[in-house]
Design a protein around this ligand. Structure first.
Ligand code: SF4
Ligand code: SF4
Length: 232
């Protein structure tokens, strides 16, 4: 008798599970989606620009897939990563949601999501302390890079931008930048320079500022060729 009751309860549990988990099961499928290795990622941002859906963001010098449903498994990001940090994996997850991905991309490039969130952007002009420096990922770019690279926005979205030219300007940028770094909580620094000899001094300037500030902030350098390609 008790054995019969046990079987009936088990059958009841199965029916209950099938009814109430059907929706969840329908929303899952086995498919290719990327996974990013945090230790390998340098935060260069190349994968963010490669993704046709804007599915990847970089925060604190680490790339992250915003949501599995934005990723269709095309593999564009895996081929551009210089550190082989992006791998395609077959996982049980939400299906690709084309409408949501299209909306995500539209939001990224809309007027409500400007390429830069701080103003001014000139290192000579910015105040030494400002709200946009607090807990920020800082992009410090040589002037020419933004005009040479076709999708510069991918480096700046969601970050604080400073620009300067160490060849043409006679200004002590290291001193000013070191004060900004010392007075604010900058999480990471992404230096973007041109692949021309005169721009080498740009990276030297940032390194000197970092040393003067006494802070230990992770830093990565991206080099843009004269044809606008990313050489890294
Ligand atoms: S391309 Fe690779 S190293 Fe660069 S941000 Fe993307 S995952 Fe990280
Ligand atoms: S695999 Fe394709 S869709 Fe997915 S994150 Fe990479 S570039 Fe974007």
């Amino acid at each position: 008798m008790s054995y019969t009751i046990f079987i009936l309860l088990d059958v009841y549990n199965c029916i209950f599970w099938i009814i109430f988990n059907k929706e969840g099961m329908d929303n899952q499928m086995l498919r290719n989606v990327i996974r990013i290795s945090e230790p390998l990622c340098t935060g260069c941002g190349l994968c963010t620009g490669a993704c046709p859906h804007g599915a990847i963001v970089v925060s604190g010098l680490k790339a992250k897939l915003i949501r599995d449903e934005y990723c269709d498994g095309c593999g564009e990001c895996t081929s551009v990563c210089p550190r082989s940090a992006v791998k395609m994996e077959n996982v049980d997850t939400a299906p690709f949601n084309e409408a949501a991905a299209r909306q995500r991309l539209a939001e990224r490039i809309s007027d409500d999501n400007p390429a830069v969130t701080n103003w001014p952007v000139q290192l000579q002009q910015v105040p030494l302390s400002a709200p946009y420096f607090n807990d920020c990922d800082l992009v410090i770019a040589a002037d020419c890079t933004a005009f040479t690279h076709g999708d510069f926005r991918r480096f700046t979205t969601g970050r604080t931008l400073l620009i300067a030219c160490t060849k043409l300007d006679s200004f002590d940028y290291s001193d000013r930048l070191s004060k900004i770094l010392a007075r604010n909580n900058v999480r990471s620094i992404h230096v973007i320079r041109m692949d021309v000899p005169c721009c080498g001094s740009f990276v030297v300037m940032v390194r000197k500022a970092l040393e003067l500030s006494g802070k230990n902030i992770p830093m990565v350098v991206t080099v843009i060729s004269m044809k606008g390609k990313v050489n890294q």
